[in-house]
Design a protein around this ligand. Structure first.
Ligand SMILES: Cc1cc2nc3c(=O)[nH]c(=O)nc-3n(C[C@H](O)[C@H](O)[C@H](O)COP(=O)(O)OP(=O)(O)OC[C@H]3O[C@@H](n4cnc5c(N)ncnc54)[C@H](O)[C@@H]3O)c2cc1C
Length: 591
């Protein structure tokens, strides 16, 4: 910064767009895998006006097949053509799709603290984006039996699924390569498409009497001996070669592949707690899958799956269907979260904004004379501290600030509510105290200066505001200084304090047992008084949302602090008609 002008000198010569390109974009949903499942989910989500990014490595399971069959309306379309049509349809509704491989997905801790899932997604080429939800539609990768030549002919005349390829090789000589019990099932299946089926025993188990009878009854021949390779002539499969050297003419070979989830992004999904499990048909292991509920929700909050990765038997049509169904359920989940966020914002505006606090203060002033008593926890804590500089955050009616000034402290008192500050200043003037009054929202901005003591009492705020507030307060403590925070504790089964007592002798039973204090930024809720604001109409903060745990806050301070006490205590003074209540008290010294 230049001393004369105050302008920030930047050495970054990039354009704004280039600099913005470094900031990970935020999407409602990142879909990993742009096959039929991922693209149909993206279509549904983009039509639902969600921001969607599909990242696709471009290797769908059926890539080697010449056409997609059993797909109504586009029967026989080459797989790549079908996906290109899908991408264009997604783009038509504003969805984005890029080619790339997602290598890392991670939960973003900062955001996870509010319990809402948020993810970072990194591609192999280093690109990074963020997402509220992840939809994993990475399909499966077919592991083939270890016989030379199978991989080269896969999807062409080395086949697995009669519904995908049976019609194309109807009435042709077909061989079934046995590697497991499944081979008998396959041979009997393929017999539906052709009379000429041979079961090559290869490494498969011995046939039971019943299996041998079934195969014989359906005219399926059985050939013993291991298969050594395939015969290919003019780029066409022509036969199966046994270890003995014998070649048996065949037009297609059926194998049992083992479809498995690929390596990426499963290594990092495992770190989130999502691991593939075996997909079974009875005792037979067919391959892998990621377990999910009927709507595609997995056990990891915010991670959804669709298509083959969730169901090994899914075909293109059923993968498309699962993409649509999962997208709709995921969208409903986002709608629920959007509603929660909106309610929070709405509540915040009604309960925690400056206007809300000012209204409470006015109502309080109209009904109560200000108490001169300081918070007893503050009195106890300050007793062993030599007076120095102090920041009183949430000064409210100014009782604490005035008491501290009377003890010789040089006081800076901050409050969100201007009207509270005016009232507190009036009190200080009457008492002859010289206090610096600052109108500021310490949840939104750092505290001015640094102090020997930073103290705040019953700043009742919801977590999203409380976290930055406490961070700002901690940052304002000078080395060797003390942080003293007092607030409400949520003690299971303990009667909750209701700082807004029912009017004119109403009984306790009228009060909402969940109500919290609510003095918040503009605090005068001295423990033990139990005479909080009666306020004008708006519903009150719930104890559950404004209470905090001293140990949690102590842990959040990190290194450089000595925690002198972090405890939950019954509130000092008579419980009055609010019932029993507890305070959270944190006292820590900056080292
Ligand atoms: C040879 C063969 C032929 C078939 N023929 C038919 C048929 O005719 N009719 C039919 O209905 N079904 C057929 N199927 C089944 C069909 O291929 C699957 O049901 C379908 O492809 C599943 O769709 P999906 O979207 O779940 O997965 P996929 O289509 O496999 O798509 C998954 C996508 O995710 C991508 N991906 C994987 N990992 C990552 C990552 N880390 N980052 C980014 N992208 C990633 C992959 O590259 C791929 O593009 C056939 C299968 C095979 C093996």
């Amino acid at each position: 910064m230049t001393a004369e002008t105050g302008h920030v000198m930047s050495t970054d010569t990039r354009s704004v767009d280039e600099r913005n390109a470094d900031v990970p974009r935020n999407y409602d949903v990142v879909v990993v895998g742009g096959g039929p499942a991922g693209l149909s989910a993206a279509l549904t989500l983009s039509r639902a006006r969600r921001s969607v990014l599909v990242v696709d490595a471009g290797e769908p399971r059926n890539a080697r097949a010449s056409g997609v069959h059993n797909y109504l309306g586009r029967e026989g379309t080459p797989p790549a053509e079908l996906l290109a049509l899908g991408r264009a349809e997604v783009a038509g509704y504003g969805g984005e799709a890029v080619t790339g491989t997602v290598t890392v997905v991670e939960r973003l801790d900062g955001d996870a603290a509010d319990g809402r899932p948020r993810f970072g997604v990194t591609l192999a080429d280093g690109r990074a984006v963020r997402a509220r939800r992840l939809l994993v539609a990475t399909g499966l990768v077919d592991e083939l039996p270890d016989v030379p030549g199978l991989a080269e002919r896969w999807g062409r005349d080395v086949l697995h699924c009669p519904y995908c390829h049976g019609w194309e090789v109807r009435d042709q000589p077909v061989g079934v390569l046995a590697t497991s019990e499944f081979a008998v099932h396959q041979a009997l299946m393929w017999r539906q498409w052709t009379r000429d089926v041979i079961l090559f025993r290869h490494t498969g188990p011995a046939l039971t009497e019943q299996q041998a009878e079934q195969l014989a009854a359906r005219g399926v021949a059985v050939v013993d001996g291991e298969v050594a390779g395939l015969e290919v002539t003019d780029d066409r499969l022509t036969g199966v070669r046994l270890r003995s050297g014998e070649v048996i003419a065949r037009r297609a070979v059926v194998v049992a592949s083992r479809p498995a989830t690929g390596p990426e992004p499963f290594a990092s999904l495992a770190a989130l707690g999502l691991r593939p499990t075996e997909a079974r048909m009875g005792d037979l292991v067919l391959g892998e899958r990621v377990e999910a509920g009927p709507t595609g929700a997995t056990s990891v909050a915010g991670v959804w799956v669709a298509g083959n990765v969730a169901e090994v038997r899914a075909q293109v049509a059923s993968s498309v269907a699962s993409g649509v169904m999962t997208a709709a359920a995921l969208n409903a989940d986002l709608i629920a979260e959007d509603t929660e966020l909106a309610v929070e914002a709405h509540r915040y505006e009604r309960l925690f904004s400056e206007q809300a606090w000012s209204e409470r203060h006015r109502a309080h002033a109209a009904e109560h004379a200000d108490s001169d008593d300081p918070n007893p926890v503050l009195v106890a804590a300050a007793a062993d501290l030599p007076p120095g500089t102090v920041l009183d955050a949430g000064a409210g009616t100014g009782a604490d600030a005035c008491w501290l000034a009377g003890q010789g402290w040089k006081v800076t008192a901050v409050d969100l509510s201007k009207s509270a500050l005016e009232r507190a200043e009036g009190r200080a003037t009457r008492l002859g105290h010289d206090i610096t009054w600052v109108h500021a929202d310490l949840a939104a901005q750092p505290a001015p200066g640094s102090y020997d003591l930073v103290t705040a009492h019953y700043l009742c705020l919801p977590p999203a505001q409380r976290r930055p507030l406490f961070a700002h307060l901690a940052a304002a403590v000078a080395p060797g200084g003390t942080l003293l925070l007092v607030g409400h504790a949520l003690v299971p089964n303990a009667p909750s304090p209701n700082p807004y007592p029912p009017a004119h002798g109403d009984s306790d039973s009228d009060s909402d047992s969940d109500d919290g204090h609510g003095h918040g930024h503009a605090s005068d809720g001295h423990a033990g008084h139990g005479d909080g604001d009666r306020h004008s109409g708006a519903s009150e903060p719930r104890l559950a949302e404004v209470a905090w745990d001293a140990a949690d806050v102590a842990a959040s301070l990190g290194p450089g602090w000595t925690v002198e006490s972090a405890e939950t205590r019954p509130r000092a003074g008579a419980p009055g008609h609010h019932g029993a209540s507890h305070d959270s008290i944190l006292r820590a010294r900056r080292t």
